[in-house]
Design a protein around this ligand. Sequence first.
Ligand SMILES: Cc1ncc(COP(=O)(O)O)c(C=O)c1O
Length: 389
Amino acid sequence: MVALMPTYAPANLAFERGEGVYLYTADGRRFLDFCAGIAVSCMGHAHPHLVQALKAQAEKVWHTSNLYRIPGQELLAERLAAASFADRVFFCNSGAEALEGSIKVARKYQKDNGNPQRYRIVACDNAFHGRTLATIAAAGQKKLLEGFTPVVEGFEQVAYGNLNEMRNAITDETAAILVEPVQGEGGINPASADYLQGLRAVCDEYGLLLMFDEVQCGMGRTGKLFAHEWAGVKPDVVATAKGIGGGFPLGALLTTEAAGVLGVGNHGTTYGGNPLAMAAGGAVLDLLLADGFLDHVNAVAKTLEQALRVLVAKFPNVFVEARGKGLMQGIKLRDPIVNREFKTKLEGEGLLLAPAGDNVLRLLPPLIITDDHVAEAVALIENVAASYA
Ligand SMILES: Cc1ncc(COP(=O)(O)O)c(C=O)c1O
């Protein structure tokens, strides 16, 4: 009997320290980290700029609450707004919280605009938006909802990528559309630019908010600050988290001016945007927005994509395909090979990856990887593939 709730079945690995793209166990084993804490450690481990920022803040003040002004919040919000579609930013602690905020924005926006009957949100099959009651309802997946009925009211799902289905699901009760520009947990499925542009048109036609979940695909992961930028689409609301704090718990809800409907008393958080989180978030953004950083992400992503294509072609009995956007890549395994088993074998080789839906292996490396790290990772995957072939 152990006290820890068994909500996870972790690999029997514990890391004592990290440096750059590598993690080390206490007994000195080294692992190439292409999981990055599930798309979180975007600057790798113990990045000197992040460590310095957090240390400096830790010596001043950790937490004051939102009862007082937090200068770091005001600054980070301005910087995020200047770099994106957004005019308003709310800071929270996690992805699910950013999504909860988005859902509240959708309902309040419609109410404030004289449409209180519009409260429903159309999302997509295979989506993942978090583990809170509303976010599991938004995703609508049976495996998430099992045991937690009644389901929070006001969500439906349609096939991802199918604009006709989306259009047909809109009723006079619909408030918003909620989509991941690249589905992560669902198996690394990038939406086409056409689809995202089509969603914008549907929202404009019916007066709906277009809300993107960029918790996983945002913050430089695909080679743009936000993945929707590839499609040239301007959303009304974006929820982000993961990479934004580089490993410090941080989430953000970004909206346009028109969708910035949350005011005093409507929403809140004790911890969200505290001085430590703002120091971490500010340091991540320093690096992410530095000249040439996203160019680097795009260049190394091209190397990775190409290497994965070659790998898949070399082992057609093991792999079905490689797919993704930027440094958010997936390799679909051919049945009966199981992604979790493959992942465990990779750990034996010294490579960390994350499993995803649709029997996919997810590669979510730190954005600071080089072509050499790509070559090293692909060689290790090849070793395991050869053991199956
Ligand atoms: C697309 C997406 N949305 C929301 C979440 C939930 O984020 P968190 O686990 O920080 O609550 C995740 C987490 O994996 C995610 O990938």
